[in-house]
Design a protein. Structure first.
Length: 85
């Protein structure tokens, strides 16, 4: 279970670009991974950039380096978000 907080920075340009900075931290639970304890401290730094293509579609790239116990972890995501009226 992780608790997080984010800060969004809107870049006021005709391109509708925004940046997000966040931090996630808490206790992670695992099983079947002998090198990681069943309950470990998990911390991630979240960096993202979003581009609105129009009022209903957004593309988001996200980098998330962090630590799971004593091990370095890295996640990279690309999302396409659709809004429905």
């Amino acid at each position: 279970m992780l608790v997080g907080g984010w800060y969004d920075v809107r870049v006021d340009t005709p391109t509708h670009l925004s940046l997000a900075f966040g931090l996630l931290s808490g206790v992670g639970f695992s099983s079947g991974l002998p090198q990681i304890k069943p309950a470990s401290l998990v911390t991630y730094l979240d960096l993202a950039i979003s581009q609105e293509l129009d009022e209903l579609v957004t593309v988001r790239g996200q980098l998330r380096p962090g630590m799971v116990g004593r091990y370095f972890s890295y996640q990279m995501n690309v999302n396409v978000c659709f809004r429905f009226l």
